[in-house]
Design a protein around this ligand. Structure first.
Ligand code: G3P
Ligand code: MG
Length: 247
């Protein structure tokens, strides 16, 4: 059976501050075949790799990403909140992140954070950067805001999209097809036999999030998902390796 791609969620975020260079480097070292990251936009229009719209949780700053310029964001410490050994870790622009990923040949999953704050032109900027870095064919763009995914498809039909959702949607592959999306990215409890069957029959990939417990990782792999988004890529990789040994 084909094994799922293991996506390091916000990088290897159980081991390093999420969405930072350290987290992405660790993910690559662990052998992750995929990396998931989140983007917001700075006051001066740069795509910034960060999960929250607010700076409060993951930096020593306060306020919203949208209210600070790139220079102001670069002054903040994005490491100490996680552990003092990461003191001085800086936020990355998407371009800096792609520079760091140079030479890694995995699949990138960029999640556009458009909600509650909407960033005018974020989809255009993302397509431009991915195109400049020749990443169009190696990226899945996901979002909980599916209008963002429609916008991506209109700008660049070759760019794959993945529909993020929490609820137990009925026949989500039909919705995915309606949006021209290649994948669903559901909360992992939604991976149930009828969903797996419908997606497989209709050529829609399934990349559930966020799966950290070995028993659930195993269940997802056995169900035949295409990817698993996890904070613990090392555990996920070891768990699916055990499947090859007939566990
Ligand atoms: O892309 C999967 C997952 O990242 C979605 O939720 O809040 O962790 O960005 P969140
Ligand atoms: Mg995310």
């Amino acid at each position: 059976m084909k094994r799922p791609i293991i996506y390091a969620h916000r990088g290897a975020s159980a081991y390093a501050p999420e969405n930072t260079g350290s987290a992405f480097t660790k993910a690559i070292e662990m052998g992750a075949g995929g990396i998931e990251l989140d983007i917001h936009m700075s006051k001066d229009g740069h795509l910034m790799v960060i999960h929250d719209e607010s700076l409060n949780r993951t930096s020593n700053g306060k306020g919203l990403v949208k209210d600070l310029s790139l220079d102001e964001l670069k002054d903040l410490d994005f490491g100490s909140w996680f552990d003092s050994s990461f003191k001085g870790e800086r936020i990355l622009t998407l371009e800096e992140c792609l520079d760091l990923l140079e030479g890694w040949d995995g699949i990138l999953n960029v999640e556009i954070k458009s909600g509650p704050i909407l960033y005018d032109g974020i989809e255009e900027k993302l397509v431009k950067v991915l195109s400049e870095y020749k990443m169009i064919d190696r990226t899945i763009v996901s979002s909980f805001n599916h209008y963002s995914l429609l916008a991506i498809k209109q700008l660049e039909p070759e760019l794959k999209t993945g529909i993020l959702y929490m609820a137990g949607l009925v026949e989500p592959w039909i919705y995915a097809q309606r949006l021209g999306a290649e994948a669903i990215h559901p909360y992992f409890f939604n991976i149930q036999p009828p969903i797996v069957k419908g997606c497989k029959e209709n050529g829609i990939m399934m990349n559930p999030f966020t799966v950290d417990k070995a028993e659930y990782i195993l269940a997802m792999a056995r169900a035949g998902v295409d990817g698993i988004i996890t904070n613990v890529p090392d555990i996920a990789l070891n768990t699916i390796k055990a499947l090859d040994k007939g566990v």
